[in-house]
Design a protein. Structure first.
Length: 395
């Protein structure tokens, strides 16, 4: 008996369709855990914003409403915090993002105060940049040899800044064309020193060379593949792939270094892997694990490539039995960091973030700097003494 040709064709079509259909669970990234704390606990995030980490996997999250930087282990164990709401040293108003240099110092875009603050993990202020060039800084990208990029949403360009906070040049210019910017929101550097600028208004990423020349742009406004809506966070992984916190669409969008769309993950809504608000930041560790602040959940959600695996970083209301002590052994301020100590050894190793250098260009413009508290007191004392001596001479 000869087989029915129609039946054979139907079977063949079914086999081919099975081959081309994606296998179940083959999502590009899947929810792998996360963490959050109750409001009464030290690790609570009122409104998480920017996020970054060091080469050892420590995760640092900005709390915009709390005016602080909080530190966690990769599994979500709370370690310490820096800052509180205010206008003084290591106090912040609506800070947008935090960055690290290659020595482990912090740079916070102190948006509400119109400045950038740099400080060590020992609560020692390094610099405060708040000259007239700074309006509402929202992100910082740090390089070696004292060069830094600062994004300000009220300037249609990115500032190039030296170690004293002086603006030595700019990248980009106002406009919609190649190299044009409207509202720069996020910054990231690849291993070659190329600068990626995320523009919230134009809903795209623009790539510049280390010298500030336009290279390419990608992303358009919308909700489709490779499209963005009110993006607010930017990160680059070890392979040079670009991740965008697509806050208007409630997801993370991934591109390669040439701007080709690769995948999107996350969704608008409640529950694991979904975001009711935001997300407003993203960070990728050396293993490709993606950390995303969760505003509605007051914590962080974690995603990994491929199917979810057991043992992922899942920690809800974690508790540590370790003792805590000041990181520098001498600070008793409420804003001085406390780090977990086990057998006398700090649990937060020095950061080893890789940074790059750029070629400076442009004409420096002056910017006001704020001296450290000790310097200001010494100057005031000297002025008072000079006044007393002058008065005695006049008598």
């Amino acid at each position: 008996m000869r087989p029915d040709p129609f039946l054979l064709g139907l079977i063949l079509c079914l086999c081919v369709s099975l081959l081309v259909l994606p296998a179940a669970g083959d999502d590009p990234y899947v929810f792998a855990g996360g963490w959050s704390y109750d409001e009464e606990e030290k690790g609570f995030l009122e409104r998480p914003g920017g996020i970054t980490g060091d080469a050892d996997g420590r995760v640092y999250v900005i709390d915009r409403d709390g005016g602080a930087v909080l530190a966690y282990t990769p599994s979500g164990e709370y370690l310490t915090r820096w800052g509180a709401r205010g206008t003084g040293m290591i106090l912040f108003l609506d800070p947008a993002d935090v960055s690290l240099d290659d020595r482990g110092n912090f740079y916070v875009a102190d948006t509400g105060n119109g400045r950038v603050q740099a400080f060590t993990r020992g609560c020692k202020i390094i610099a405060t940049w708040d000259g007239y060039d700074y309006r509402r800084p929202v992100d910082v990208a740090v390089m070696r040899k004292g060069k830094t990029y600062v994004a300000d949403v009220e300037r249609a360009e990115v500032m190039v800044v030296d170690e004293n906070g002086l603006v030595t040049g700019t990248v980009g210019s106002a406009g919609d064309g190649d190299g044009g910017l409207r509202r720069p929101r996020g910054l990231a550097l690849d291993r070659d020193g190329n600068l990626y600028v995320l523009d919230e208004t134009l809903a795209r990423v623009t790539k510049f060379s280390p010298g500030g020349a336009f290279l390419l742009r990608f992303g358009t406004k919308g909700a489709g593949e490779g499209q963005l809506d009110r993006p607010e966070g930017l990160a680059i992984d070890a392979a040079g792939n670009v991740y965008v916190a697509d806050s208007g669409n409630g997801r993370i969008v991934k591109f390669d270094a040439n701007g080709t769309f690769l995948s999107a993950f996350g969704d608008r809504g409640s529950g694991d892997g979904r975001f009711r608000t935001g997300p407003f930041g993203v960070w990728v560790d050396q293993q490709g694990t993606v950390y995303v602040p969760d505003v509605a959940g007051h914590g962080v959600q974690v995603f990994r490539p491929g199917p979810a695996s057991a043992g992922g970083p899942v920690a809800t209301d974690p508790a540590s039995g370790n003792e805590t002590s000041p990181i520098n052994g001498s600070c008793d301020s409420d804003t001085c960091p406390l780090v977990a100590v086990t057998n006398g050894t700090p649990a937060m190793p020095a950061a080893t973030v890789t940074a790059v250098n750029i070629t400076p260009y442009g004409t420096p413009t002056p910017a006001k700097t704020v001296p450290a508290p000790g310097v200001a007191l010494a100057a005031a004392a000297a002025a008072a003494m000079a006044g007393l001596l002058g008065a005695r001479r006049r008598r």
